[in-house]
Design a protein around this ligand. Structure first.
Ligand code: ZN
Length: 226
């Protein structure tokens, strides 16, 4: 008797379970149908692009300098980061015994190959290849340079340079000053004043360094330029 009742109970449970599952299915189908009706998807719409990050400040500065100088008729020339001793030093009037060639400063790969310590080898190579019968040479050589140094907050074993070179007739120190002033005022503001100060570099004669007036215009006692 007990087994008959148990069997009937199970049959009733089966019917109820099936009925419930069917209803649940219908409810779910109705929900999906309603959702599809209310939402539409346009596959042809362009996606919204998220801007992530920005170009490195060194890249921005480098491009800004190049833009300025290209407008002044210079060409931009890039060279090798791994250079020959000959182009890096000897062509720059730095013979083998010159103090600037100290092993502390230069990262040598072999006796005659090194990581360039300045972008000057590009100048030597470009002077070699330039056809002067077709006109003067006006170039800049921006790029990374390397020194054998320990990094700290003010110094890096790898930094960036932009060198410029003009070889032609009737060029004067006035042209140099004018060119530097234009670049400086474009980069640091039109109100900047510049000053050339006599200096010494083995590769140029006469040699000057350029000073730029402080952006704070704080006068004496300025906490930026002192
Ligand atoms: Zn200042």
């Amino acid at each position: 008797m007990r087994s008959v009742v148990g069997k009937q109970v199970n049959e009733v449970l089966d019917v109820l379970t099936k009925s419930f599952e069917e209803q649940a299915k219908l409810v779910e189908q109705a929900r999906i149908a309603k959702k599809l009706e209310s939402e539409s998807l346009d596959g042809t719409l362009p996606c919204r692009q998220k801007k992530v990050g920005h170009r490195h400040v060194l890249t921005q500065t480098s491009e800004e300098t190049e833009d300025t100088i290209l407008g002044m008729g210079f060409q931009v020339v890039e060279g090798y980061e791994v250079e020959k001793d000959y182009y890096n030093f000897e062509r720059m009037h730095l013979p083998k015994d010159h103090p600037a060639r100290d092993m502390q400063d230069t990262c040598y790969i072999t006796e005659e190959t090194l990581m360039r310590t300045h972008t000057s080898p590009v100048q030597a190579r470009t002077m070699d290849s330039h056809d002067f019968s077709k006109g003067p040479l006006k170039m800049i050589s921006p790029g990374r340079v390397f020194r054998r140094d320990t990094d700290d907050s003010t110094y890096s074993h790898q930094f960036h340079q932009t060198e410029g070179l003009v070889v032609g007739k009737n060029n004067s120190m006035g042209d140099l000053k004018g060119t530097l002033e234009m670049i400086i005022q474009k980069m640091f503001g039109a109100e900047r004043q510049t000053r050339l100060r006599p200096s010494y570099f083995p590769v140029t004669e006469p040699s000057v360094e350029v000073d730029v007036s402080c952006f704070k215009r704080g006068g004496s006692g300025c906490n930026v330029c002192k």
